[in-house]
Write a protein that binds this ligand. Structure first.
Ligand code: PHE
Length: 346
């Protein structure tokens, strides 16, 4: 009986400040497993002659607990609605709208376009879902030739093949088919390759390719154009070197490296001394290039006796990695604001 009086006092004094308080009240006093429930459990041990009196008392506690519960509910409801209706202080200064920043890939792409635009290159665009002719055959990839395996391809449809373009070279073909030289264009865009995703490779990435077709275009023009690009992009001290390479659509073909230690090769300025990008060689590859193969010109109806040209292609992720010191290509696609915030310019 003493317990019962204590319980009544506890119920009377209970205050619910929040929904959590209300719930703990419910568990303690209303739920069958709570303290009031336990009282009724104990009723069977009460001697018969006292059962009536004790039972009435217990019922009174139960009723009190339920009435109080309803009271707490209405009180809490009133409080939350009056809080929501609190007057807005219009004199407070605004909190400001959080501003986004330019994505590093977009920034690198803009810079590449800017540099080539100053040399007279315009920007061309083309489809990402492409037929076999524009992605492969016109680019001098013979059918069943192992060179097709250089690029792991996503097929949308087989026979006739429709693919997700593996490079933006398809736009070169479309330009040459539809325009007369001189042609001087770059083509930035998304490309797709069926590769395992890792810190260095992704199944979706971005390229900027370029092409220049005119009379008397030579390897010298190619070198000078790309040399100028590298210096503008990575600084005036950047050195370049060409290594012989192979692409079906260019002959001769080369890959271009830039110096890692910008002032003296071997010092790894790009790697920050860590040699993790240049692997200690002092040079990092940034693009593929070459003189457009006469077969490709003829495939597009351009007289290869009269015209020559050069082409090049680079990965924007790679350029941005070197420019901004990004260690893992996957960071570009995760949209983690902790990564993106570092590219704020304001
Ligand atoms: N298309 C090549 C690639 O995706 C790049 C390239 C373009 C090479 C033009 C030479 C000339 O790897």
């Amino acid at each position: 009986m003493e317990n019962v009086d204590n319980l009544i006092a506890e119920i009377d004094g209970f205050k619910a400040e929040s929904a959590e308080d209300l719930e703990s009240y419910r568990l303690r006093f209303i739920s069958k497993k709570g303290v009031v429930g336990a009282l009724f459990q104990g009723l069977k041990d009460v001697p018969n002659d006292q059962k009536k009196e004790v039972g009435q008392k217990f019922n009174a506690v139960k009723q009190k607990a339920e009435e109080k519960f309803q009271e707490l509910i209405t009180e809490l409801k009133q409080r939350t609605t009056s809080e929501a209706k609190a007057p807005v202080d219009l004199t407070l200064p605004p909190t400001g709208i959080p501003l986004g920043s330019i994505h590093p890939l977009r920034a690198a792409r803009n810079r590449i376009i800017e540099i080539f635009a100053r040399m007279g290159f315009n920007v061309a665009d083309g489809p990402e879902v492409e037929d076999d002719w524009h992605n492969f055959t016109a680019l001098n990839f013979p059918e069943n030739h192992p060179a097709r395996e250089m690029q792991d391809t996503f097929f949308v449809k087989k026979n006739p093949d429709v693919v997700l373009r593996t490079h933006t070279s398809n736009v070169q073909i479309r330009l040459m088919e539809n325009q007369k030289p001189p042609i001087r264009s770059i083509m930035p865009g998304r490309v797709y390759r069926n590769e395992a995703i890792s810190a260095r490779a992704h199944c979706l990435f971005h390229q900027v390719e370029g092409i220049f077709i005119d009379e008397n275009v030579s390897f010298r023009d190619l070198k000078q154009t790309l040399y100028h690009f590298a210096k503008e992009m990575f600084g005036q001290d950047t050195q370049i070197r060409f290594r012989p390479s192979y692409f079906p659509f260019t002959e001769p073909s080369a890959e271009m490296d830039i110096s890692c230690g910008l002032n003296s090769p071997g010092e790894c300025e790009l790697c920050g001394g860590a040699k993790n990008i240049c692997k200690g060689t002092g040079w990092v590859e940034i693009l593929g290039c070459g003189m457009v193969d006469p077969n490709v010109l003829e495939n597009c109806g351009i007289d290869s006796e009269k015209y020559t040209g050069f082409a090049f292609g680079m990965g924007i992720e790679r350029i941005a990695q070197l420019k901004y010191n990004v260690s893992d290509i996957r960071l570009y696609f995760e949209n983690d604001v902790r990564f993106l915030n570092q590219f704020r310019t304001e």
